[in-house]
Design a protein around this ligand. Structure first.
Ligand SMILES: Cc1cc2nc3c(=O)[nH]c(=O)nc-3n(C[C@H](O)[C@H](O)[C@H](O)COP(=O)(O)OP(=O)(O)OC[C@H]3O[C@@H](n4cnc5c(N)ncnc54)[C@H](O)[C@@H]3O)c2cc1C
Length: 252
């Protein structure tokens, strides 16, 4: 059975030597919070640029990294969080899921497997978690028939080697129109911390959408492993169906 899988291609990074060069030119200094990650330093430093609040006097620096970032979020100064970016591949997910994912327009970039260029004859399907046995039978028979019909159309198309690329694209488009929402796909995603926060807020705790929850949990683990302070107001919460959710702790 396909399960959402995440592969992290790039994480927020921070060039401390370049910051030191800048601070030296400006005759400033900065006290680095111990234990903060590169992504957390990056966001703090970008925030401090706004008020040029750099100093080697710890009493003037006032806040350590985690409190500084918490304050940015509390004050709604979240554009600073856009400096931290991740690029990752999601695999083992359905087209139904990615259709929802790509609705997130701001701070997300996508590159998805093409159904016009890629032959989907061997495509997997992603069964919704927890299908009851009667429904499962019907679901499996139906998706299997559909993929079979797709395969047959592609065979008929590919038998004619003389066709040009655009004709092939048209025929592949006809074939792909049969493919179900459940067909497995792969997508590369780049997103910043602010847009991921928005995504987790909207999507992380949708009880009725298990695949969305599974991906939200995978994304949560990726981002908190790298920069916990940017997501300190989110947490994983167990649910009675066995699939945890990502919950946003709101101020009471
Ligand atoms: C429970 C649920 C049910 C849904 N059901 C449906 C459905 O039935 N049909 C459907 O079509 N979609 C549905 N959606 C998708 C939803 O409408 C959004 O398209 C999706 O969640 C992306 O959210 P967003 O627009 O806030 O994100 P983004 O596109 O990433 O935008 C982020 C934020 O930027 C601002 N913004 C972005 N674009 C504009 C703009 N043009 N003008 C002004 N402000 C802007 C908004 O503040 C927005 O919240 C559903 C989503 C959820 C969570």
């Amino acid at each position: 059975m396909a399960q959402p899988r995440i592969y992290v291609l790039s994480r927020p990074s921070f060039e401390n030597s370049e910051l030191q060069r800048f601070l030296q030119d400006r005759e400033l200094a900065w006290v680095e919070s111990s234990g903060a990650s590169e992504g957390e330093h990056l966001v703090e430093v970008c925030g401090r640029i706004c008020y040029m609040s750099f100093s080697d006097d710890t009493s003037k620096m006032r806040y350590p990294n985690d409190v500084y970032i918490e304050n940015l979020v509390k004050k709604g100064h979240e554009s600073v969080l856009e400096h931290a970016n991740w690029t990752f591949i999601l695999d083992g997910i359905s087209r139904a899921f990615t259709h929802q994912l790509v609705r997130h327009r701001i701070g997300f970039s996508f590159s998805q497997l093409s159904q016009q260029y890629h032959d989907e004859s061997k495509a997997n399907v992603v069964p919704p978690e927890g299908l009851q046995s009667e429904v499962k039978e019907l679901w499996e028979a139906s998706t299997s028939e559909t993929i079979k019909a797709y395969r047959r159309i592609v065979e008929l198309t590919d038998a004619n080697k003389a066709i040009d690329l655009e004709t092939k694209r048209r025929l592949r488009s006809e074939a792909r129109s049969l493919l179900p929402n459940a067909v497995e796909t792969v997508i590369a995603v780049t997103a910043n911390a602010r847009s991921i926060r928005h995504f987790l807020n909207l999507r992380g705790s949708l009880i009725g959408d298990i695949e969305m929850r599974q991906v939200s949990v995978a994304i949560y683990h990726m981002v908190t492993g790298d920069a916990r302070a940017l997501f300190s107001d989110f947490e994983i919460v167990d649910h009675s169906d066995g699939y945890p959710l990502v919950s946003h702790r709101r101020e009471s």
